[in-house]
Design a protein around this ligand. Structure first.
Ligand SMILES: [Zn+2]
Length: 615
């Protein structure tokens, strides 16, 4: 009998459909605003609470919990999730879960691995859709949580909202995607929350907007509607390129919160320092590259559709044309977003600049797709140049100068035992998460248990690698410290060792190992407002342990060669002058106490509000 039952058990669907607002409730029933997206199907407890994300609906302003939605309830399953509505908190819970999961999946796919979202005592990223009363939203590292506020729309100038109506930041696709990205970036590069130069926080902000905006292009109905309206010219102010519209209008600004469009001006990058505004320069550069690539990719379609003239006839575009153009737009958006995320593995562990990011973009993309068929790398380089963003220490803006320098051929390889262990870890982690295989070795089984474990680093932060693995890499780093541009006299911390599997468009499987080594010098932390001087190296190796790239930001040390030494000194000087610049703009300094002084840069870090001016 039992046997018979199991024969007829249906396989679980791989994806779970859920309804969301594509933009936010302000758009109401406009074409394409109420859409169904799908996320990986996992068993969910009420919350929803899945393996990596947990929605906790505690209303901080009223001190009460709202009943959690059970997305596995058959009545809800049959409907593909609750219908979008502002009035039911259970829909709010569904929407934050769906959008957060989609954002996380975008990272998983681009990076070729599952992003680890456990941290400290928290097994999951926590999401509080009604955390407080206020026109803002935050990622909070200490709480390992995304906190969304709600507020009443401006009474005098609410735009299309009702004066004084309730506005929920947790119902804005862009705000959810933006805050989720902050949390993921913080897992990938923990020191990118420390303002050691004026690009660091701006990168966090800009990157979070990039992810939120590109996700618009995966909403087919919205995309087709906008392509029809703009007659394929999506480089115009539309829903697609505007971020958090309801929030922007409801706070009385008369427009969306931010936009991906700009008038390129090299002066801005030299002068703008507020992180959101500076981040917008990065966003505009990336979108400029996107638009150019998109135009190149649809040129043939337009030629066919217009008999070679390129002039579209008056009236509505043919739906077939709209469909094909929308497909190209969405493919291009996915390709550029993937390129943007993949660059993470080629970023230094500390003190990022926009120029570093450009080099990482070019290198990561070159590694996977050596021939730049659609010119997306070229477009990216040009867009950065137009905005005055130049990497340091490069001879020119030619692609070959921007690629990170390859490590010497005789660079000491990662030891075979370490590689073997990693392979077992990866194999065990992937096979055990699905179904345990009896043939897996005992060692792999132990490794699978370890993969869930954490090792504590010098600062008490978590890393996603087993203690044994960390030890082996630590030994490797200590033995080769000088060649890794690390200071042998200082402690070396090992972060985020992982392997990456990527399939190039030509079907080639690319396997890489990436590890971050970090060091710090706390002796000047007081003078630098509580933030130490950090150095470190990201190492990229091929699957056989051969070291390919060292992306290093060394601490000043007499052991460095003169050129590297000058770079390290200049970096320290830049951090000092950045602190001085922030001090000059800080009115509190005139009457503050010692405690504030010692921690002032760390305290100024509290910029993770969605909006600078608000709470
Ligand atoms: Zn932000």
């Amino acid at each position: 009998m039992k046997r018979l039952e199991t024969q007829y058990v249906l396989a679980q669907p791989a994806r779970r459909p859920l309804k969301i607002f594509a933009s936010d409730p302000m758009l109401g029933r406009t074409a394409g605003n109420r859409i169904t997206v799908d996320v990986a199907n996992e068993a969910l407890r009420p919350g929803p609470q899945g393996a990596r994300v947990e929605v906790i609906d505690y209303d901080g302003a009223h001190g009460r919990f709202y009943p959690p939605v059970n997305l596995d309830d058959p009545a809800i399953l049959m409907e593909g999730g609750l219908d979008p509505t502002e009035s039911d908190p259970r829909f709010h819970q569904q929407m934050v879960y769906a959008v957060a999961m989609r954002t996380i999946e975008n990272f998983d796919r681009a990076l070729g691995r599952t992003i680890e979202l456990r941290q400290g005592g928290y097994p999951r990223l926590r999401v509080l859709p009604h955390a407080f009363h206020g026109a803002n939203a935050f990622y909070d590292r200490r709480l390992h949580a995304l906190l969304f506020g709600y507020f009443r729309a401006d009474v005098t100038d609410p735009g299309p909202n009702l004066p004084g109506q309730n506005v929920f930041t947790c119902l804005s696709h862009d705000i959810i995607a933006h805050e989720t990205t902050h949390a993921i970036v913080d897992r990938l590069r923990r020191y990118f929350l420390e303002p050691s130069n004026e690009d660091v926080l701006a990168f966090h902000e800009g990157f979070a907007d990039i992810v939120a905006l590109f996700q618009h292009f995966s909403f087919q109905e919205l995309l087709r509607d906008q392509i029809q309206r703009t007659r394929t010219d999506i480089r115009t102010p539309t829903l697609l390129v505007e971020l958090a519209r309801q929030y922007g209008y409801a706070t009385g600004s008369g427009r969306a919160l931010r936009s991906a469009l700009d008038k390129p001006d090299a002066k801005l990058y030299r002068g703008v320092t507020e992180p959101h505004a500076r981040g917008s320069i990065l966003v505009a550069a990336v979108f400029d590259a996107f638009f150019n690539t998109y135009q190149r990719r649809i040129r043939d379609l337009l030629r066919i559709a217009t008999g070679g003239t390129g002039n579209l006839p008056a009236g509505d575009l043919h739906p077939d044309l709209v469909n094909r153009v929308a497909a190209e737009a969405s493919r291009t958006a996915q390709a550029i977003l993937t390129m943007c995320i993949r660059a993470f593995d080629y970023l230094p562990p500390v003190d990022i600049t926009f120029g570093d990011y450009l080099r990482a973009l070019v290198t990561a993309d070159y590694e996977l797709i050596p021939d730049d068929e659609f010119g997306q790398r070229g477009a990216m380089i040009e867009a950065f140049r137009l905005r005055g963003i130049y990497p340091e220490h490069v001879a020119s803006l030619a692609e070959e100068s921007l690629l990170w320098q390859e490590a010497d051929h005789d660079f000491p390889p990662i030891p075979v035992e370490t590689i073997e262990m990693l392979r077992e870890l990866v194999f065990a982690a992937t096979s055990f998460s699905q179904s345990p295989l009896p043939s897996v070795s005992r060692r792999a089984e132990q490794a699978a248990q370890r993969v869930g474990g954490y090792s504590r680093t010098e600062e008490g932060a978590e890393t996603d690698l087993s203690a044994e693995m960390a030890q082996q890499l630590y030994a490797y780093a200590t033995a080769n410290a000088e060649r890794l541009l690390l200071d042998p006299a200082r402690t070396i911390a090992v972060h985020g060792f992982h392997s990456v599997f990527r399939v190039a468009p030509n079907g080639r499987l690319l396997i890489e190992l990436v590890v971050q080594f970090a060091q710090q010098d706390r002796t000047q932390a007081d003078a630098l407002g509580g933030i130490p001087v950090r150095g470190g190296t990201t190492l990229v190796a091929s699957a056989d342990g051969h070291v390919r790239y060292l992306i290093a930001k060394p601490l000043p040390s007499p052991r460095l060669d003169p050129a590297r030494r000058r770079e390290a000194d200049a970096r320290l000087e830049r951090q000092r002058s950045y602190v001085a610049m922030c001090d000059a703009a800080d009115a509190r300094l005139a009457y503050t106490d010692e405690a504030y002084l010692r921690q002032r840069m760390a305290l100024r870090m509290n910029l993770f509000a969605l909006h600078d001016g608000a709470a």
